[in-house]
Write a protein that binds this ligand. Structure first.
Ligand SMILES: Cc1cc2nc3c(=O)[nH]c(=O)nc-3n(C[C@H](O)[C@H](O)[C@H](O)COP(=O)(O)O)c2cc1C
Length: 275
């Protein structure tokens, strides 16, 4: 399964089959995670945790025995780095047939933070259950998906633009970037808000964050930047797979610009329209 196939196949899984995972598959996952880098070169420590041993729970998840998470220092760009790396890991899990769900809120966070010995100055932004999906979704899962309209995404032309914000870009007009941008379109985000906006300017693909209210903590830590990290991973991995040789430069400023957006960073791809 390619990464793009894993992205198309992925959905949040909240109902698991109640089986424990064998040591071999857990080790495979942990080794993959430990080998991950991210465009910010921010180190992340990874954990696979036994739910019963640590008393880990999420009211929206059933039939799970294992959770995965990571922790990192609260440094600038930590959110994007975590989003990028954890999504790469969860997409790898998908290729192994394992289901997952990004969880930032619906969990007994204290128990998770104790399980990873979270220290002052560190963050554990999100966790995910890991296991084989049950054959049928629980009623709660079905209702949750309806609640956030999890099966739909905003119109492509409301998210992707060419040259300026007055010129929406359609899938058909995206040329060689169509595949990687479709992968961004399919990305998961907190409450399915899809806070990414992308401007294509020649061979530059510039990512922005359109903030919703209520996601930035008192310390400035911004959950929607985790969503942006996920989108960067989807673009980067799919563009690499398509031979576009993307290279990424983070934006210098983290402030809202005159359009009310935060610039996140720019990919340059090799001759995207001449491929
Ligand atoms: C950063 C982040 C945080 C999330 N937090 C939660 C959460 O606390 N509880 C939950 O049930 N789902 C959570 N989700 C899952 C989203 O609701 C889900 O990705 C979105 O509705 C799209 O559905 P899909 O993943 O099935 O495509 C989170 C997703 C992301 C990316």
């Amino acid at each position: 399964m390619t990464t793009s196939e894993a992205i198309r196949h992925r959905r949040s899984v909240r109902t698991f089959d109640d089986n424990t995972l064998n040591a071999e598959i857990l080790e495979q996952l942990l080794n993959f995670a430990r080998a991950q880098t991210n465009p910010y070169d921010i180190p992340i420590s990874w954990f696979l945790l036994d739910a019963a041993k640590h008393g880990l729970r999420s009211p929206v998840i059933t039939g799970e025995h294992t959770y995965m998470t990571g922790k990192l220092k609260k440094v600038p760009h930590g959110e994007e780095a975590f989003g990028y790396s954890f999504e790469a890991v969860l997409l790898y899990a998908e290729t192994l047939g394992l289901g997952s769900t990004w969880i930032a809120g619906t969990m007994n966070r204290g128990a998770f933070e104790r399980a990873v010995s979270l220290q002052e100055g560190e963050a554990m932004p999100c966790v995910s259950p890991i296991g084989f999906p049950a054959s049928k979704m629980s009623l709660r899962e079905t209702l949750m998906r309806k609640g956030v309209r999890a099966d739909s995404r905003m119109d492509f032309r409301a998210l992707f633009f060419r040259d300026d914000w007055n010129t929406p870009l359609s899938e058909q007009e995206a040329g060689a970037l169509r595949g990687p941008l479709e992968m961004v379109h399919l990305a998961p985000s907190a409450v399915n808000k899809q806070p990414w906006r992308v401007l294509v300017q020649g061979d530059k693909i510039v990512f922005f964050e359109k903030r919703s209210k209520g996601y930035v903590g008192a310390d400035g830590w911004d959950l929607q930047k985790v969503d942006l990290g996920i989108a960067l991973a989807h673009f980067d991995l799919a563009a690499r797979e398509a031979g576009l040789m993307p290279s990424f430069t983070p934006a210098e400023s983290r402030d809202l610009n005159e359009d009310g957006l935060v610039e996140i960073g720019t990919f340059v791809c090799i001759n995207p329209d001449r491929q």
